[in-house]
Ligand binder design. Structure first.
Ligand SMILES: NC(=O)c1ccc[n+]([C@@H]2O[C@H](COP(=O)([O-])OP(=O)(O)OC[C@H]3O[C@@H](n4cnc5c(N)ncnc54)[C@H](OP(=O)(O)O)[C@@H]3O)[C@@H](O)[C@H]2O)c1
Length: 415
């Protein structure tokens, strides 16, 4: 007999949509540290809309963006959505995930009920004028990050997505792995291959910040695959070892330098000279790791305020600093002289196109890229997992949370 609420891991009859579900929510009155902001509660299953798909969630990826959602800063995502007329006064995060198609809305043709899928985080309106004019959907005014800017992410038994977000899950991949890598691997793929002419070429030195992180582990392997020379920056020797095993030709411990953050004003000649000494020493260290006096043609950024001044200085003439994030702060100093005098490019990059997602999934499926999903937590540990990420205590690679899946499970028994 179909029920209106199921326990975590309990499978409803295929296609039966209960009215309520277990979810990990964030509410405004709890904004603050992730472990306090997230809480498990029972909420309505989101309503299916045309062009949308309801997914029975098997696993969810843990990403940095829901730390911001938990803090309510730099954006109050719940207030923003209420202002736009959405009724929910809570946020269900989760911008990575895997699951089973449970119901499809009008107009959906790319998936059917029962399909096993990976959810990508980019959500947009394909009928939007800027997309119809041939624009990149990621640059569309309608682009939103599902499970961060939009509600009904993967930290719940059911999640609501648009059909454009869906990719078929390779059968061999366990749900927890499938749900935990796409935001990292596809974003890194676009940063390194999506901005011609600055795509990785054989022999190109590439500086990779946060080499042992979700993005970093993907970036090292992608640069290595393309014949480039990845040099990874990390904070511990243990992480450096992981980076070398993934293909880094060199590693730098950022803890050996202290010139991070805002650049001193030039009028403070002593402080500025000290900063300059730090950045030059870091540059020399980069050359030592590459084994020749060559600066990075591409700097893989996402660490933000602490590192951007160094990235801009170190980047080779006519090279590119490409950034998709700002872990250490989003107000970063840019010395314009380095940009124009040396013809450098500072490029923003955000997630990935469907084709780039497909490429990332293919690279993982074919075993060319290790998705590095190294820590899988239970559903009730979603808040704590974000706290660990917030405190930079996560193991190298990506973290995922089980929702309805068991560890290592690849299919779903519907009998
Ligand atoms: N725009 C997009 O589509 C998109 C997609 C994915 C991720 N992102 C963003 O990219 C960033 C990284 O994501 P991730 O999943 O790779 O996170 P992650 O797994 O936590 O890795 C980030 C790494 O950054 C390093 N780090 C932390 N603070 C640092 C600092 N002050 N200076 C230098 N390095 C520092 C840490 O390594 P060490 O301590 O070892 O140096 C950590 O391993 C996040 O801000 C995230 O929001 C954006």
């Amino acid at each position: 007999m179909p029920k209106d609420l199921y326990e975590i891991g309990e499978v409803p009859p295929l296609g039966h949509v209960p009215t309520r579900m277990h979810a990990f929510t964030i509410r405004r009155e709890r904004y603050g540290e992730p472990r306090d902001a997230f809480a498990r509660e029972i909420v309505p299953v989101p309503e299916l809309k045309p062009g949308h798909v309801l997914i029975y969630t098997m696993a969810a990826g843990i990403n940095y963006n829901n730390i911001w959602a938990a803090k309510g800063h730099p954006a109050d995502v719940i207030a923003a959505r209420e202002k736009a007329g959405e009724p929910e006064d809570y946020h269900v995060g989760g911008s990575d995930g895997s699951g089973v198609v449970w119901a499809v809305g009008d107009g959906v043709t790319n998936v059917r009920v029962g399909d096993h899928v990976i959810m990508a985080s980019g959500q947009w309106d394909e009928a939007a004028d800027d997309i119809r004019m041939g624009g990149d959907p990621i640059a569309s005014r309608t682009m939103r990050v599902w499970g961060y800017e939009n509600n009904h992410g993967s930290f719940a038994q059911f999640t609501l997505v648009k059909d454009v977000q869906l990719h078929h899950k390779p059968e061999s991949l366990p749900w927890d792995v499938a749900g935990g890598f796409l935001a990292s691997v596809a974003t890194a793929y676009r940063q390194l291959f999506g901005w011609p002419p600055h795509t990785v070429r054989p022999g190109d030195p590439v500086l990779i910040w946060g080499g042992a992180g979700g993005l970093g582990t993907a970036a090292i392997q992608l640069v290595h695959q393309a014949g480039g020379l990845p040099v990874a920056v990390v904070s511990t020797e243990e992480k450096a070892k992981v980076c070398r095993e993934l293909g880094a030709v060199g590693t730098i411990l950022r803890t050996e330098f202290d010139h991070w953050g805002r650049v001193p004003d030039e009028s403070d000649t002593q402080a500025y000279a000290e900063w300059f000494r730090g950045v030059r020493a870091f540059g020399k260290r980069f050359w030592a790791e590459v084994g020749e006096r060559r600066s990075p043609r591409i700097v893989f950024e996402h660490t933000g305020a602490d590192t951007l001044p160094t990235s801009l200085y170190l980047c080779d003439n006519s090279g590119m600093v490409v950034t998709c994030g700002a872990t250490s702060g989003f107000q970063a100093d840019v010395d314009l002289r380095f940009l124009w005098m040396r013809l450098k490019r500072l490029q923003g990059s955000h997630f990935a196109s469907p084709a780039q997602c497909r490429m990332a999934i293919h690279l993982v499926e074919s075993g060319r890229i290790d998705p590095c999903v190294t820590k899988v937590v239970g559903f009730d540990e979603i808040g704590e997992a974000h706290q660990i990420l917030h405190e930079n205590r996560q193991p190298p690679g990506n973290m995922a949370a089980l929702v309805n899946a068991a560890p290592g499970q690849t299919g779903l028994d519907l009998s």
